[in-house]
Design a protein around this ligand. Structure first.
Ligand code: GDP
Length: 297
């Protein structure tokens, strides 16, 4: 899909203003219309867009833009700044426990990239944080999820604690944590079950795991390609589990990444990482200002 960046979208309006030599309130209104379309095209949730436009319009109607010789640039700058600050301003780190092990619980819908991200995160923690991670195979419902995690573990040389798919997940998690403590593994990443849709059984199970594991981080994994749905998913998981962070996967695809903005403003929880490839080194820290540029194009 071909997107037109905000700069291109504002060009006609800017040319017209140059001809007249001054900016009117009407010009700003038209510019805001283009900003609105750019955000909607980037798949930002419409409610989020509405609030955003309201806030930005107030700033844009201020003297700065009206007096500016380059009103278009000025509007882009304001939009960029506001987007960045809405997405948290700076990049946020993993919540580490004072006393090892740090426990990270991965949650999300099936296919979002939970298992893959668990592996990626383990690798990143070992490489960049000098940690000794371990993975717990707690996704006992999806056929092959356990094998998938074990394969990832072998590939990365990171231990995977598994008890197959016959035990209760609560038991697996309890035993896994005990194993980590006994073996001085300081970071435990729990892969949990996902479903195609959010349902009560899943949420109850995840709540139980949370209760037992007392995670320092509940990392929601969301597929950035799911656009508007991503917001509902994030809202539900956050309401039920009080997540602490989000990883947005598949940003190597052709999505603009508007989900980042929507999720952040709906849940008020930071996006911490982005998935940028299927490979194990394809996980990066989330940078709000870069995402703002991407959304605007
Ligand atoms: P789960 O059901 O949530 O555990 O999802 P998986 O970890 O099995 O991932 C589902 C699919 O998405 C797999 O084919 C992954 O390779 C792929 N995937 C996960 N993250 C990314 C990413 O950041 N980029 C790309 N291109 N593919 C990803």
């Amino acid at each position: 899909m071909a997107f037109e960046g905000l700069g291109g979208r504002l060009q006609d309006i800017m040319d017209r203003i140059k001809g007249k030599g001054k900016v009117t309130e009407q010009d700003i209104k038209e510019m805001m219309r283009e900003v609105r379309l750019a955000l909607l095209e980037a798949d930002v949730n419409f409610k989020v867009v509405r609030q955003f436009i309201k806030d930005v319009s107030e700033r844009a109607n201020g003297a700065d833009v009206m007096k500016s010789l380059t009103p278009g640039q000025q509007v882009i700058k304001i939009v960029q700044e506001e987007l960045t600050s809405l997405m948290g301003g700076e990049n946020s780190k993993i919540n580490m426990s004072q006393k090892p092990p740090t426990v990270i619980m991965m949650v999300g819908l099936q296919g979002a990239g939970k298992t893959t991200t668990a592996g990626k995160l383990a690798l990143l923690l070992r490489k960049s944080y000098n940690k000794k991670p371990m993975l717990i195979a707690g996704d006992i419902y999806r056929p092959a999820a356990i094998d998938q995690l074990e394969t990832i573990g072998k590939q990365l040389d990171i231990p995977v604690y598994s008890m197959g798919d016959k035990e209760r997940v609560e038991t697996i998690v309890e035993n896994g944590l005990k194993y980590a403590r006994e073996n001085h593994l300081d970071t435990v990443i729990i892969d949990t079950a996902g479903r195609l849709h959010i349902d009560e059984d899943l949420m109850n199970e995840l709540k139980n795991v949370k209760e037992i594991a007392k995670p320092n981080e509940i990392m929601l994994v969301v597929d950035s390609m799911t656009g508007q749905d991503a917001v509902n998913v994030a809202e539900s998981f956050n309401n039920l589990l009080d997540i602490t962070g989000v990883t947005l996967t598949k940003l190597d695809g052709d999505t603009r990444g508007g989900a980042a903005l929507s999720i952040r403003s709906v849940t008020e929880k930071p996006i911490k990482f982005i998935g940028v490839s299927e490979k194990m080194d394809g996980l990066e820290a989330f940078h709000p200002e870069r995402m703002a540029s991407r959304i605007l194009g």
